[in-house]
Design a protein around this ligand. Structure first.
Ligand code: HDE
Length: 717
């Protein structure tokens, strides 16, 4: 893909200027060895005679091959597959009442950011469209040091204690005997673990929902998951939950579509993010916070420290406090996207942790993992990780140290170096941890307030529309349907029946099984051998919020009607009506969408007006799953497309995935599955030009696209 760099923001921020120090561009330069020696022949190795053996002396060959042999580093143990971009964050108004973090004070300040989105389970080369949680990690290069908000697109997590993380990941990763399946949770080991850990149920509901198959990385929410703290200048603490709300709304594809996209273009999300930024369609999110006074810590039906719980927006509204704009693609995937090292422990004064036991474990893991992944405690010196704040301390040496620390002194306290570098007082920006009072026994235990594993899973399920509930049921039928072990499926049905009986019944129907009449009592098998099992028996606590619109993507107020950046396939052939194409294309482009001409072959086709029309993709390359809507212009087009199997399949598939279909003539749909719906076309998202008057046609098509999908085409379960 060509990199036009038309997107580059000219007013380069501090981080871009900092990165410039390490950029290298070989344009108009001689090729050299790593030592700077100009190379005369990069095509032939040094040999004893034209047909003779290569000589050990060939240092040019040796250097090149050696470097190549060591090009790979270990991929991330989780979140290996990711895509990232640069941008900035700007607060709307000072948050001084709650936090002293400097990047949250001044609305005119643009803080540089680097955001990386990822799947969790798959390897670096796996498909973007796996059913999975998406990582949503943002590094803020603040003047007080780097702040990393390392979140996910789902607001809760599977487990409550970091000590179970290796088990969870071992269970979801490909099975260790045969390394199958890749980037998929639909296998026995994952569901075996899940079915024995009822605390996973709330997150399972989210992962089985369409949230786990986003339409675009630009169209998903982000969440900090844990409860954090804001600390203000008076050293007062408020609990805070972080949210990212996408300006384009939160949208998903359907599961059948996701699987096909994986075959047609496994880089679908990566390409979408890259192209949006290259084309100047900068993705934007608003940062939202739920702020909870310290005094309210114990006021809820759940524990704020429990990462398997949300704080319903009905109880604490989300206040939007700023925006993030991503406006620049990385120059080099490895140097930036691969080498960036996020860490929830990278914080700045004004932000602090809570005692969430999952967060506490993460605070250890993220530095530790960089040591094996990036190979040295000096990973903070890699340009993408380097802070823009002044950085001085007495850490020294280690593999690949870049910094040349001058002077005799590398210890504190010292007199030989005049006591430098100095410790900073609080009013000089020195970081101090919030001095929370802790008075406790040392125990390997869990609070009883963490024992309600089902109520919020039920809240999530109850908050969904029927369409969304059906998708969850189908996802569970798919995932559990892939299992070999019946006992795991049955155990899962038992757990699902604790969330909602209809849910369990419907899933059971699809599996050809019955919900166990006396399901195994849901015990948290993940507790220690000495634990009082009674204490860990899941409890249901009545929730004051019974249904929350914010949890449903369809009801969600962040669902935007805009069709900006959406892609529409125009199915064309010889004799297509150029005027129709022009009218629709102009209207779509005005609404920010893009039209692509799909035809039987590449090159050009002749329109009914006699012009040559440039083709973007042939039917061999294109597929309906890569587009948001389909339009079939009139002219002599109808006859050809009606007999073209690929065109018919294209339309049928778009129909199956509930996408908007527009056609100039009804006849063109004669051979497709649609004909019985054309009488009620608007209701089903099928817009026929000959039925509307010309002027309204493009508007109706665009309005229909604003509904995104026409779920009434889906059959009831
Ligand atoms: Fe992570 N996680 N995680 N995680 N995580 C990593 O760090 C870990 C958790 C998240 O784009 C690793 O640098 C533990 C929750 C994101 O580079 C590793 C636990 C949330 C990314 C690690 C969790 C996340 C990671 C792997 C349980 C959402 C990708 C490579 C205690 C709030 C960041 C790396 C990127 C990456 C450990 C749970 C988000 C191994 C031990 C909860 C977005 O350190």
């Amino acid at each position: 893909m060509k990199n036009t760099k038309k997107n580059v923001d000219d007013s380069e921020n501090q981080k871009q200027q900092d990165l410039k120090l390490n950029k290298s561009d070989g344009t108009n330069q001689f090729m050299t060895t790593d030592q700077g020696l100009k190379i005369n022949d990069d095509t032939n190795s040094l040999k004893a005679g034209e047909r003779g053996p290569s000589l050990l002396e060939d240092f040019i060959l040796r250097e090149k091959i050696t470097h190549f042999d060591h090009e790979r580093i270990p991929e991330r143990i989780v979140h290996a597959r990711g895509s990232a971009a640069h941008g900035y964050f700007q607060v709307y108004e000072s948050m001084e009442k709650y936090t002293k973090a400097e990047f949250l004070q001044d609305p005119s300040l643009k803080t540089p950011v680097f955001a990386r989105f990822s799947t969790v389970a798959g390897s670096r080369g796996s498909t973007d469209l796996a059913r999975d949680i998406r990582g949503f990690a943002v590094k803020f290069y603040t003047e007080q040091g780097n702040y990393d908000l390392v979140g996910n697109n789902v607001p809760v997590f599977f487990i409550q204690d970091a000590i179970k993380f290796p088990d969870l990941i071992h269970a979801v990763k490909p099975e260790p005997n045969n390394e199958m399946p890749q980037a998929a949770s639909a296998h026995d080991t994952f569901w075996d673990f899940i079915s024995l850990m009822p605390e996973t149920m709330h997150t399972i509901m989210w992962v089985m929902s369409d949230r786990a198959i986003p339409r675009s990385l630009r169209m998903m929410e982000g969440f900090g998951v844990h409860t954090f703290r804001f600390i203000n200048a008076k050293n007062e603490s408020h609990f805070v939950k972080f949210h990212w709300k996408p300006k384009l709304g939160t949208h998903a594809v359907v599961w059948d579509e996701a699987q096909r996209i994986s075959g047609k273009n496994s880089d679908f999300h990566r390409q979408d993010l890259w192209e949006a930024i290259e084309n100047g369609n900068y993705p934007e999110w608003e940062l939202g916070v739920q702020i909870i006074p310290e005094a309210d810590e114990h006021k809820f039906e759940f524990d704020l420290l429990d990462p398997t719980k949300i704080v319903p927006e009905e109880l604490v509204p989300v206040t939007l406090i700023g925006k993030m704009v991503l406006n620049r693609n990385p120059d080099n995937f490895f140097a930036e996207t691969e080498q960036v090292a996020f860490h929830p422990g990278h914080i700045v004064p004004g932000i602090d942790f809570t005692n969430d036991p999952l967060l506490q474990g993460r605070l250890f893991s993220y530095t530790d993992t960089q040591l094996s992944r990036l190979g040295s405690p000096n990973f903070h010196e890699i340009p993408i990780n380097r802070t823009i704040a002044p950085m001085f301390n007495n850490q020294r040496d280690g593999h690949m140290r870049q910094e040349i620390n001058v002077g005799r002194v590398s210890y504190h306290p010292n007199s030989l170096g005049g006591g430098c570098p100095f410790q900073a007082k609080i009013d000089e920006g020195g970081f101090t941890s919030f001095n929370e009072r802790i008075d406790a026994h040392k125990v390997r235990d869990r609070s009883e307030s963490f024992s309600d594993h089902f109520s919020q899973a039920t809240l999530f399920f109850n908050s969904q529309t029927q369409v969304e509930k059906n998708h969850i049921i189908k996802a569970l039928r798919f995932e559990l349907g892939k299992l070999e072990t019946i006992a795991i499926k049955t155990r899962m049905l038992g757990l699902l029946s604790q969330i909602d009986e209809t849910l369990a019944d419907k899933v059971a129907q699809g599996l050809g099984l019955k919900v166990p009449s006396s399901p195994e009592k849901p015990i948290n098998h993940g507790v220690g051998a000495n634990a009082d099992k009674q204490k860990y028996e899941p409890k249901k606590v009545t929730q004051s919020v019974k249904s929350s619109d914010a949890l449903s993507m369809i009801k969600n107020k962040t669902l935007s009607k805009t069709i900006a950046t959406r892609q529409v396939a125009f199915l064309c052939s010889e004799g297509v009506h150029q005027a129709s194409i022009n009218a629709m294309k102009t209207a779509l482009e005005k609404a920010g969408a893009t039209a692509k001409i799909i035809a039987p072959h590449l090159g050009t086709i002749k329109t009914s007006e006699g012009n040559e029309l440039a083709v973007d993709q042939s039917f061999l390359i294109a597929a309906s799953v890569l587009f948001d809507a389909v339009y079939i212009p009139g002219g002599k087009n109808a006859g050809f497309l009606n007999s073209n199997v690929e065109a018919i399949e294209f339309i049928n598939e778009a129909y199956k995935h509930c996408k908007v279909i527009g056609a100039d003539e009804i006849e063109i749909l004669g051979k497709t599955h649609i004909d019985d719906k054309v009488d009620k076309n608007e209701e089903y998202g099928i817009i026929i030009n000959s039925k509307t008057n010309d002027k309204n046609f493009t508007k109706e098509f665009i309005d229909a696209m604003g509904n995104h999908r026409f779920w009434n085409r889906e059959t009831e379960l």
